[in-house]
Every structure is written in C-alpha cells, then in structure tokens.
Ligand binder design. Structure first.
Ligand code: SAM
Ligand code: SF4
Length: 323
C-alpha cells in the first residue's frame, strides 16, 4: 500500500464524474471543478481506478456535480466494481433521480450511498437547493434502502438558524428509514463566502450535547477519525473538516475532478495533477503512474498541529492578529 510523505496510507479515491447538477445548493463547493473542460469517459475512469488499485486503493466513491445525471452511470459503476482489488464502490448523490436508478445501480455493483439532505421542511429545502423538491429526495432515500444500498448515510450540512434546531428530528427520520445521519460542518469556499459568514456555526455545542446523550461513542480510524454517537433515537456521525487537524492527519483519500485531474487535498485548488490530457495524448500506463505518484507526493495535511505549522500559515495567523 502506498503512503504519502506524512505516512498516511492511500486507501480510497473520490471521483467526480460530472460537474453538472440538477440542484444549485447555496453553499456548494462543486468539488473544485473547472466547468469548461470535458468529462472523463467511463473507460478513462476505469483506467485511473485500475492504476490506483495497483497501488493499494480499495474503495471508490463516485460524486459530482450530480453523478446520476451521467447517462452511463451504471456502466461507470460496473467498470469500477470489476477492477481487481476494489472492494467497495459507493456514491454521494442528491437522490432526486435515485428512485428510478437504485435497482440498476445495485445490480451494477454499487454498494452504498450518501444522500444529501439538510432539512425535512419542503420550503427550506427549496430555498437551500434553489428549486429542488424534497419529496423526490425522500423517495430516493426509501428506494436506496429498498434496493439494499446500505448503510444509507444522510449528509446534513449544519447551518446556523437554518437547521441547527432540527438535528434530533433528522436523527429520528434517519433511524426510521434505517439510515445514519452524518452532520457536516459548513465549509468556506470561493462560491459561498457571504453565505458562510452568515450560516457557519460552531459544532462544539452540538458535539457536547451528543456526547452527553450518547449511549456509546465510537471513533472511526482511517475515516478521518470521525466520531459516531449511538443515541436512543439512532446513530449520528460528525464530519468537521475546517480547522480540524485530526481530519487531515487521518485522511486516506485522493480526489479526482470530473475533468480528469488528481486533487491531492479537499481544501486546495493549487496543486492538481492533470492526467486527462496525457491520457488523451496516448500516455502509457508507466507515464500515467508517474502522474499518480506525483499527486500522492503532493498530499500533505492542510490543517496541521501547531507544532507543524508552516511559516506561511504562521505569518497568516500573525497578520490576523490572533495567537
Ligand atoms: N450532488 C451530490 C450531493 O449533493 O450529494 C454530490 C456532490 S456534493 C458537492 C457532495 C457533498 O458535498 C454533499 O453532501 C454536499 O452537501 C457537500 N457540500 C457541498 N458544499 C459544501 C460546503 N460548502 N460545506 C460542506 N459540505 C458541502
Ligand atoms: Fe452541489 Fe450536490 Fe447541491 Fe448539486 S446537489 S448543488 S453538487 S451539493
């Protein structure tokens, strides 16, 4: 298994298969996609997975944009699931199109899904997604469970004054539907700066309440040390990448953008490694492997412990006047 220069093993790929989306969520970071470039074909995606699997990558998560907008999504899943060494293919989706696709995706080899769901209030849902219909997503959740895409995880981005008071309601909904709620801290990005300032919230209070009420607390090693709380109402996990040294220290994934670039870090847009141009110009597997290794060598924890803080970051902190 390959490790980066910080000793972190590389275990999974998170591949964006399209930059298109049928929603327009107010906070969306679009996973760092340049919209003008063309998407990878199913064959190109399979090739990059095969190459990564040869270095020990075992799990692949498909994302977007909205991956269910790809007409060949079943073929993509089938090709990835067929690669030697890959033990799990999962997907993150808004689920608006999942009801009609769940059965085919399961048959193609999809094992489980994360479904974005921030609220159970149709009006708030419409506001967040800028036009989405909540009932289609709820049907999608039920179809995912019905066709065995389990465990279904519901990704809830926590936003101050928008859904912070609805967490218990969401845990109960998830539990009734045999799903697990995952609370995600709102991340700042170039598309949603104003929104971030208004709606980001400190998860500490929420976490303290969960800790107090939980019957059991589990730490998920190699999943960025995420914490899972087992409550009477159901299960809930917390993912908080911003300013989280544990999240970065335990990161074991590399991202691939829809336009064919390795993205070594969720938080950065300045260290991509393009492989699609090379692939389309006839690069051999050995040449592509070099690009893969280059991307792995560019992996470094974005949020580091104080002792590791780089000079540049230290200067930033100083400029902001904080300790
Ligand atoms: N369209 C699919 C979906 O919504 O699940 C897949 C792509 S979406 C970019 C992947 C995940 O990123 C979603 O769960 C979404 O809620 C989350 N996300 C997008 N922008 C975010 C932000 N600014 N902060 C935190 N999570 C965000
Ligand atoms: Fe972004 Fe997913 Fe919302 Fe589409 S559905 S806008 S990709 S978070």
């Amino acid at each position: 298994m390959i490790r980066d220069s910080y000793g972190r093993p590389l275990k999974s790929l998170r591949i964006s298969v399209t930059s298109k989306c049928n929603f327009d969520c107010v906070y969306c970071h679009q996973e760092g996609i340049e919209k003008s470039r063309s998407e990878m074909t199913a064959e190109e995606i399979e090739r990059i997975v095969r190459l990564s699997a040869a270095h020990g990558v075992k799990k692949v998560k498909i994302t977007g944009g909205e991956p269910l907008l790809r007409h060949d999504i079943e073929e993509i899943i089938e090709r990835i699931a067929g690669v030697e060494g890959i033990i799990e293919v999962s997907m993150t989706t808004n689920a608006a199109l999942l009801t009609k696709k769940a059965e085919g995706l399961r048959a193609a080899g999809l094992r489980r899904v994360n479904i974005s769901l921030d609220t159970l209030d149709p009006a708030v849902f419409k506001e967040i997604t800028q036009g989405g219909r909540l009932e289609t997503v709820i049907e999608g959740v039920k179809s995912a469970v019905e066709y065995g895409l389990e465990p279904v995880k519901l990704n809830m981005v926590v936003m101050r004054n928008l859904n912070t008071d609805k967490i218990k309601e969401m845990i109960a909904f998830a539990s009734e539907n045999r799903a697990i709620l995952q609370l995600i801290g709102l991340m700042e990005n170039e598309y949603s700066d104003e929104f971030f300032k208004e709606y980001s919230c400190d998860l500490d209070r929420i976490v303290a309440e969960l800790e107090e009420e939980a019957n059991e607390v589990l730490i998920r090693k190699f999943m960025q040390n995420r914490t899972r709380y087992i409550l009477d109402e159901g299960e809930v996990e917390v993912v908080f990448p911003m300013h989280n040294t544990e999240f970065c220290a335990n990161c074991t994934r590399i991202r691939v953008t829809a336009d064919g670039k390795f993205k070594p870090c969720l938080m950065r847009t300045d260290n991509y490694v393009d492989f699609l141009d090379a692939m389309r110009s006839g690069a051999s597997d050995v040449e592509l492997e070099k690009l893969f290794l280059e991307a792995v060598s560019r992996r470094e924890p974005y949020f580091k412990k104080r002792v590791d803080i780089s000079e540049a970051e230290a200067a930033d902190v100083k400029n902001e006047g904080s300790v």
